[in-house]
Design a protein around this ligand. Structure first.
Ligand code: ASP
Length: 326
């Protein structure tokens, strides 16, 4: 009798030809307008599915390693929720002091290890370029969840999705970024991302020492996007469609006295918002410290809590894409 051939497990049917299959997501510079429209479409489908059925098995059998070297509430829990809503499982490593990192293990070795157990790795790390380094060694797709003051591409994508869902368009918008534009990685990523759309005008309002870095402004200028810097909101606010408020990033200041001087430079209150348009939105990547008064929260233009929810759908879309299911 010929030996019966033993069939191994079939692969789970990943579409290896899917455009984002196996790719790392490190910077918003990777995306062109078509990619962005595609992500918006998939995220929208995810929203519909979550609203309809809550959880479904698109990523059943897949494992996410969620590796956070810096504090996080929204990014880390929304990636975990995204994976679980798609039927997958998560290895959460948020307290790196309890992992071998505390024994001096290098980032390449840590991600190599996780690459043996997981299908995708999400990483947040205090150093610029750390996600790219991780992607070189992981052997699995890596998603940058914030590399120091560098980039935060998934936040920028969810910011973009928020603007589209809330205002119905991404072209012909005046976007005003306010606060710590020097260390705030979310505004670095968002300003770059918005260069993909037409008729964008960017206003940067910050204290002198927290201005948008020159390299980011040069990149944006090279794409032909209009930018203006200002020390106050006066004159800028009435024309603004999106006011993007940021926290002053205490953890990135070397001198606490300098932080104290600028920490409360701008505070959004109902009175400050009086000259703003009726149809506009206020966004914030959160956490807020004191930049937006709670008295403004009930205003329909306060989009920052809805923005968190949009993050879930975008992160579901990205996980499905890099795992070959979208
Ligand atoms: N949550 C955002 C980030 O991780 C913004 C912040 O921390 O202020 O960059």
């Amino acid at each position: 009798m010929p030996k019966k051939s033993i069939r191994p497990f079939l692969p789970f049917g990943d579409q290896q030809t899917a455009p984002w299959y196996g790719k790392a997501i490190l910077s918003v510079k990777q995306f062109n307008r078509n990619d962005l429209e595609y992500i918006i479409g998939v995220a929208h489908e995810m929203r519909v599915m979550v609203e309809r059925v809550g959880t479904f098995d698109l990523l059943k059998g897949k494992i996410l390693a969620n590796l956070f070297y810096e504090p996080s509430t929204r990014t880390s829990s929304s990636f975990m929720a995204a994976m679980q809503r798609l039927g997958g499982a998560v290895i959460p490593i948020s307290e790196v002091r309890y992992s071998s990192v505390a024994k001096g293990e290098s980032l390449p070795d840590t991600v190599r290890t996780l690459g043996c157990y997981a299908d995708v790795i999400v990483i947040r790390h205090p150093e610029i370029g750390s996600a790219a380094l991780a992607a070189k060694h992981a052997g699995k797709p890596v998603i940058n969840a914030g590399d120091g003051a560098g980039e935060h591409p998934t936040q920028a994508l969810l910011d973009m999705f928020t603007i589209r869902e809330e205002l119905g368009r991404l072209d012909n918008l005046t976007v005003t970024m306010l606060g710590d534009l020097k260390y705030g990685r979310t505004v670095h990523s968002l300003s770059r991302l918005l260069t993909q759309f037409d008729g964008i005008k960017l206003n940067y309002v910050s204290p002198d020492i927290l201005r948008m870095p020159k390299d980011v402004m040069d990149e944006v200028a090279a794409k032909g996007v209009a930018q203006a810097q200002s020390p106050t909101l006066d004159g800028v606010l009435p024309k603004t469609d999106v006011l993007y408020v940021t926290r002053v990033q205490q953890e990135r200041f070397e001198d606490p006295a300098v932080y104290s001087k600028v920490k409360s430079a701008y505070i959004i209150t109902p009175e400050v918002m009086a000259p703003a348009k009726e149809k506009m939105i206020v966004m914030h990547p959160l956490p807020r410290v004191a930049e937006i008064s709670m008295a403004f929260d009930p205003d329909p233009r306060a989009a920052y809590f809805r923005q968190m929810e949009y993050g879930l759908y975008v992160r579901m879309a990205l996980l499905a894409m890099v795992l070959g299911k979208a």
